[in-house]
Design a binder for this molecule. Structure first.
Ligand SMILES: *[C@@H]1O[C@H](CO)[C@@H](O)[C@H](O)[C@H]1NC(C)=O
Length: 296
């Protein structure tokens, strides 16, 4: 009788589909029309892959294969129906080189209200050189877009990502909890204006490990409301160094506390680590700051 084997097969399908070991649902951006040719606008395809992955009730993987993908602004909005979305990038995401397109938008790629998102691998090319030369010429220029931001999100990991030549900040962590940045490379010209590597504010439990950051501004900048920040094994330079502040801009402002900067190397930077404040009354503060075993 073939009934028993059939029953076993059926039961095991039900078991594996419902167990946490079930394979993540797969969403390749190519299935939504993205083109790895560096020219075709793939914005809609990335947005469509995200909305499917976000609506999945199982863990989901969005894959971006090798090649270059031209992208305008993409908002990766949550909350999602699962809390395990992996964005696996093997290729390069290219921002518009014309700063007229995104220069007045605050962001290029932004994740908001998500929980349990990992970005692994890949290169973000902000193509910021046009905006930098506008700014360096003293003309009136737009302020530029941050390449990658996580806002109001928890349990985030960014690993093995390279971020190059952002218009403004490379990576911003705003109002987040538990974020691990690891093995990241951030690079922009030493004279590129406002190209901070990683900016953290209003966030708790952010860890930045084993990364290499060289830009025209701060390698890491730390804004009000940051607590439990751990920075270890970062190679910083060129750039302004690691900066807490400027603090005390507003009279009512959250403080910065429990920041550790360990075994970080500064090469060709203006400063090592510094704390900057405005000279005016404010509830802001910086306390429990530890700088240890750093090299210059
Ligand atoms: C300080 O932050 C670290 C992580 O950077 C955390 O492990 C530790 O518990 C925090 N200490 C306090 C007193 O909150």
């Amino acid at each position: 009788m073939a009934v028993l084997p059939l029953l076993i097969a059926l039961l095991s399908i039900i078991f594996f589909a419902s167990s946490p070991l079930a394979k993540a649902a797969q969403y390749s951006v190519l299935s939504y029309g993205a083109m790895p040719d560096g020219k075709t606008d793939s914005t809609k395809a990335f947005a469509a892959a995200w909305s499917q992955a976000c609506a999945s009730t199982q863990p989901a993987t969005i894959s971006v294969p090798k090649g270059s993908f031209a992208l305008g602004q993409v908002r990766f909005q949550g909350p999602c129906k699962n809390n395990a979305i992996l964005v696996r990038i093997d290729g390069t995401l290219l921002a518009p080189s014309d700063y007229g397109v995104l220069g007045r938008a605050q962001n290029w790629l932004i994740f908001e209200h998500v929980n349990g998102v990992t970005i692994s691998g890949g290169t973000l090319d902000g193509q910021g050189a046009g905006l930098w030369s506008c700014k360096n010429s003293g003309k009136d220029c737009p302020s530029g877009a941050t390449s990658l931001e996580f806002s109001n999100s928890n349990n985030i990991a960014i690993t093995g990502l390279a971020s190059l030549n952002s218009q403004m900040f490379h990576i911003v962590i705003n109002a987040c909890q538990d974020v691990k940045v690891q093995g990241v490379r951030v690079s922009a010209a030493g004279d590129s204006p406002n190209t901070d590597g990683i900016h953290v504010q209003s966030s708790t439990g952010v860890t930045i490990l084993n990364s290499r950051i060289g830009t025209g501004d701060d390698c890491v900048s730390i804004g009000p409301g940051t607590s439990n920040l751990w920075i270890e094994n970062v190679a910083c330079g060129p750039g302004h160094g690691i900066s807490i502040g400027s603090l005390g801009k507003d009279s009512q402002e959250a403080g910065v506390q429990n920041v550790t900067v360990k075994t970080t190397t500064f090469t060709g930077t203006e400063n090592g680590v510094r704390i900057k404040t405005w000279g005016r009354p404010s509830s802001g503060f910086a306390r429990n700051i530890l700088f240890q075993h750093n090299l210059r």
